[in-house]
Design a protein around this ligand. Structure first.
Ligand code: SF4
Length: 238
């Protein structure tokens, strides 16, 4: 049986009938928790944050309040990647705050993850596009090296891409989100397993799809558990 608190998270997701057969993913995977960030890694993170704050690689630096690198531990098994900072994120310097951020937190907590302790949250773009318009290809190309450096530092075991824009840009495809869901994709130099789901802002507008998002989260959790139990599986189904 899950706890009252977990039921609350599931309710936020619009899922109030699901009863898990087993408890959620480990709250803090021992290997990741035990792994202190080496000194040079901490310096790398500092350098990366400073570079993003001072970045002028694309025109978005003219209209943003600040660059938003990401939030989470220096090493993390889970990396969540969204599209770009919105107005609130731009103001506060943290990704996924406000109602969409609260829903994302509930989604993550429903599978045993917490943004402060065992999941890192970032966006494809580090600066807010004016009026929340879609990122332009040249902006994504200019900004992607920052994300690749984040992946190198974090060494995540799994990436959760939230929303069509993030998924399509990360996978270099125009295939609709509905056809990218439910499969293990690969991202970056380490071929990190990547699973796709809906953006919480979309789910707030389209609550009927929350159940599908919950299916995606359970799928991502099962991929992660397979990786932990059998790293040679690379998260693929046997
Ligand atoms: S979006 Fe990325 S590349 Fe463009 S200014 Fe911001 S940090 Fe630099």
């Amino acid at each position: 049986m899950h706890s009252a608190r977990q039921r609350q998270y599931l309710q936020a997701l619009g899922i109030d009938t699901w009863v898990p057969r087993r408890c959620a993913a480990p709250a803090a995977p021992a290997a990741a928790a035990a792994l202190p960030a080496p000194g040079d890694t901490a310096l790398e993170w500092e350098a990366l944050r400073a570079e993003v704050l001072a970045c002028t690689r694309c025109p978005l630096h003219r209209t943003r309040t600040q660059g938003v690198l990401g939030v989470g531990p220096a090493r993390s098994d889970w990396l969540v990647i969204g599209e770009a900072p919105g107005a609130e994120e731009d103001r506060r310097g943290e990704p996924f705050v406000g109602p969409a951020g609260q829903l994302l937190d509930a989604m993550l907590k429903a599978i045993g993850l917490d943004r402060r302790s065992n999941v890192y949250i970032a966006n494809v773009l580090k600066s807010r596009p004016p009026g929340n318009r879609d990122p332009r290809p040249e902006e994504v190309a200019a900004c992607l090296p920052y994300l690749l450096r984040q992946v190198r530092l974090l060494q995540p075991k799994i990436i959760l891409a939230v929303g069509r824009i993030a998924a399509q840009n990360l996978l270099g495809t125009e295939v609709p989100l509905s056809r990218l869901r439910g499969r293990v994709h690969r991202f970056g130099e380490f071929n990190t397993p990547l699973v796709v789901t809906y953006h919480p802002a979309y789910l707030l507008r389209t609550p009927a799809d929350k159940r599908k998002a919950w299916e995606d989260l359970k799928f991502a959790r099962s991929v992660y558990q397979r990786l932990i139990q059998d790293p040679a599986s690379h998260g693929d189904r046997s």
